[in-house]
Design a binder for this molecule. Structure first.
Ligand code: SF4
Ligand code: SF4
Length: 85
């Protein structure tokens, strides 16, 4: 054993670096009432800026870069995209 820490499967990063990415977005993901809180989008978000709360997905928009991967993996089509203003 080397003592190296290995990330849990599905967790790629956490929004703890202080580098906010909200200015990167052209589109923003918007969670709709179709959400079942399954957490699939949370597992796929490359920024680690999603969580589920009260059986709904939630996005931390300070760290979301607008890649819309979350919307693409949602089997319930519960995430729509809106143009940033
Ligand atoms: S994958 Fe879709 S249904 Fe599941 S938590 Fe995310 S938005 Fe909700
Ligand atoms: S758009 Fe990309 S960065 Fe933003 S919440 Fe969805 S998967 Fe994460």
């Amino acid at each position: 054993m080397t003592g190296r820490k290995v990330a849990k499967a599905g967790v790629t990063s956490k929004p703890t670096t202080g580098l906010k990415k909200s200015g990167w977005r052209t589109f923003r993901p918007v969670i709709t009432e179709e959400c079942r809180g399954c957490g699939i989008c949370v597992m796929h978000c490359p920024e680690g800026c999603m969580k589920t709360e009260n059986k709904m997905a939630k996005v931390d928009y300070d760290y979301c870069k607008g890649c819309l991967l979350c919307a693409n993996v949602c089997a319930f089509k519960a995430i729509k995209s809106e143009m940033e203003k």
